[in-house]
Write a protein that binds this ligand. Sequence first.
Ligand code: NZQ
Ligand code: ZN
Length: 398
Amino acid sequence: MDNFEFESPTHFAFGRESERRTGALVKAFGGSKALLHFGGGSVKASGVYDKVVASLDEAGVGFVPLGGVRPNPREALIREGIDLVRREKIDFVLAVGGGSVIDSAKAIAFGALYEGDFRDYTFGKDCKKPPVVPAALPIGAVLTIAAAGSEGSANCIVSLEPDNLKRTITGDKLRPRFAVMNPEFTFTLPPYQTACGLVDIFAHVVERYFTPTRDVMATDELCEALMRTVVAESAVVMRDPADYPARANIMWAGTLAHNNVCGVGRAQDWASHGIEHELSALYDCAHGAGLAVVMPAWMEFVMPADVGRFARFAEKVWGVASGDPASMAKEGLARYRAWIKSLGMPTTLAELGARSEDIPLLAANLGLRDGQTLGAFRPLTTADVEAILRLCALKGNR
Ligand code: NZQ
Ligand code: ZN
């Protein structure tokens, strides 16, 4: 196991009616006037918005609303939020929604305190390690979809315009001070969004599980438990969207998958996420749907680097009980693909609305140069990324 430092300071209020705690938690973490940030309207339709406002009112916390965050959150609204926070002397940023809203809130919370342009802290362009965010206003999240894990993570992912690039800003200061997580809030999700979330949660574990680091049994076993949980509960929620225990298990698994408790002490991969972010940047597809296409192709491509790891994944996660390592590994990947298909997710670039002709552009947008590679399990060159994207273009659920 590698050395590590890990800080996960988020206070979690989980369960039915936990949203009643929102106002008190904003206050407890130093907020007197909050930016109330939300998306395209689902929180108003579901009544979540009114419940949060009631809690803020009860606690005597003032707020200024800013809605309109789109999935794959855009730079323009972030800039509007930064101006609003400065103008209105706001001291807390409260996100009510999913990963896109929380990420937009994080970028605003950082950008409002930073004197330069928040783009200075985006990872990507020249593929240098980004500077770590030095400070941000306190952030809180009321989560409405189990997916991105941003409620407990140290990152935000923003879409830069007009470049059509999706880039990461990172730093522990971006971890929300609190997250309110009422699984009932996810009952209203359309099946497609539920499925995108399931694929994303699973992918966050995969990015950590497939590692060149040895002797990490504690976190390996945690990863496997999380993946099995997501698969088992996926069948329940796709059948009954209002099954509370299944929604609750998925919601908490989503946080554990990405607050890094299962990823410490090991090299992590993140190649599939890097490739997917270029897809959702260019085509504005859902992040989970992009991963449904990219991650199996990545697995197919990198499997020869460590067949034994894939055989273990097959056995521990998919219950493949016998066979030689190579055939077990292949069977595990086949079952993973079948699961993705069973959720109604796309399996090819074309189903995502992506064009094979754009493969060189997508790979180039990752910005790898001067011998740089992507990922840790099997470091990838630009040519490797193109090969993976060509696998994504193949028809059928191989
Ligand atoms: O905008 P509204 O109307 O709220 O609708 C949203 C949106 O259309 C809808 N929705 C959310 N909760 C709902 C609901 N509809 C009905 N009932 C509810 N309870 O779902 C749609 C998708 O929302 P979004 O926030 O985009 O989903 P998700 O949580 O999957 O977030 C995706 C974003 O997170 C980034 C992705 O790249 C993408 O931009 N990620 C962030 C990470 C992080 N910060 O650590 C890590 C992830 O790997 C990921 O990259
Ligand atoms: Zn993700």
